[in-house]
Design a protein around this ligand. Structure first.
Ligand code: SF4
Length: 356
């Protein structure tokens, strides 16, 4: 431990806790920037149990950054399907192309250089820079906000400019620049396993004697956040045209937006149930006038609620028997190969298994 550390007890307790409790994760111990970057992008906003199979699949399918760079966007989105936040997948692909085609397959070895990669912000750049190159940049993610705000009992809101600056400074004071890669991973792991959001097990925590929030009884109020995210309600009516040989039509969604580049059925976005005339007009818009519509069936009685971070999608599916679908129509089995939002994949599965 270096003598210059401002909070040596905190720092050494975190490192010692990590030595004992760290999980054996597939990217742990790697200093390969490609593998570390891949793990960091996949694990953002994702639980480890959910993200780990994706990490393995990506690395197996794309062992080198050049493999990812030369893949089609559709293949990348398909492999990503189910992880959500699809802009991360598009950025992942764009960043791989930048590394492979502009930088000769080599990741930048500086914090500033890493920030030039699409989808890499201060947190991810600090993680890669410290883990792969031992550059002294502290990571400050949700876990770190929580641990520091509790241990130092800070009531400055983390989602404000002054809060951000305060925590950046604090994170610098407690980091161990002599083993920064290990230390950063230790602090994030401590937040993920020990100082968890709800009901942390303080009795077993090595920091309990000096923890400010524990002494003050403010654990439940740390970290402080100023703004609550406003959730927008949206009402989606997806109409699945289905031909006599079980062909259907999926349309590639334009951007920008949550599902840019993914495929979906013709969509009406409105709160009220669509009338048969509105459904007919929608199908004509996408399929042309040669397609005729027969029976229309509402598939789910109550809308399914699909929750994203800033919006809740109230989704109803409609099946429309159709004759004369246009050339782009695909058999259901082929449509399943396209990258689609998870709720569409689940719907197609239900249709296939229960309806026909
Ligand atoms: S004592 Fe409790 S609140 Fe404080 S750091 Fe440990 S787990 Fe977190």
């Amino acid at each position: 431990m270096q003598a210059s550390l401002k909070h040596p007890n905190f720092t050494s307790a975190i490192l010692e806790w990590y030595r004992i409790h760290q999980r054996d994760l597939p990217w742990r111990g790697s200093r390969d920037p490609y593998a570390v970057w891949l793990s960091e992008i996949i694990m953002q906003q994702t639980r480890v149990a959910q993200g780990t199979p994706y990490y393995r699949r990506f690395l197996e399918r794309f062992p080198e950054v050049s493999d990812l760079a030369t893949a089609s966007e559709e293949e990348v989105l398909k492999l990503w399907q189910g992880l959500g936040y699809y802009s991360r997948a598009r950025n992942l692909h764009a960043a791989a192309r930048k590394v492979a085609f502009e930088w000769g397959g080599k990741f930048p070895e500086s914090y500033k250089g890493l920030l030039e990669l699409p989808g890499v912000g201060p947190y991810t750049a600090a993680a890669i820079a410290s883990i792969c190159f031992e550059l002294p940049h502290p990571v400050v993610d949700g876990n770190v906000f929580r641990v520091l705000s509790r241990y130092f009992d800070v009531d400055i809101p983390v989602d404000t400019g002054p809060g951000r600056r305060h925590f950046d400074q604090l994170a610098r004071e407690v980091m161990d620049p002599g083993q920064i890669g290990r230390y950063n991973q230790a602090l994030m792991e401590f937040g993920a396993l020990q100082c968890v959001p709800a009901n942390p097990d303080c009795a077993s925590c090595p920091l309990v004697q000096s923890c400010g929030a524990h002494a003050a009884g403010t654990i439940g109020q740390r970290p402080v956040k100023q703004g609550k995210t406003r959730i927008r309600k949206r009402y989606f009516h997806y109409v699945m045209p289905i031909g006599p040989d079980l062909q259907t039509l999926l349309i590639r969604r334009g951007g920008p937006g949550i599902w840019q580049g993914l495929y979906e059925f013709p969509l009406l976005e409105q709160e009220a149930d669509p009338t048969p005339a509105e459904i007919g007009a929608l199908i004509t818009t996408h399929c042309g006038t040669r397609t005729t519509i027969g029976t229309i069936t509402r598939f789910n009685d109550a809308p399914r609620v699909h929750k994203l971070s800033h919006q809740h999608l109230y989704t109803t599916f409609w099946l429309a028997r159709a004759e004369g679908l246009p050339e782009g129509a695909l058999p259901l089995s082929e449509a399943e190969e396209l990258p689609v939002p998870v709720l569409i994949a689940e719907f197609m599965d239900t249709v296939k298994n229960s309806y026909f």
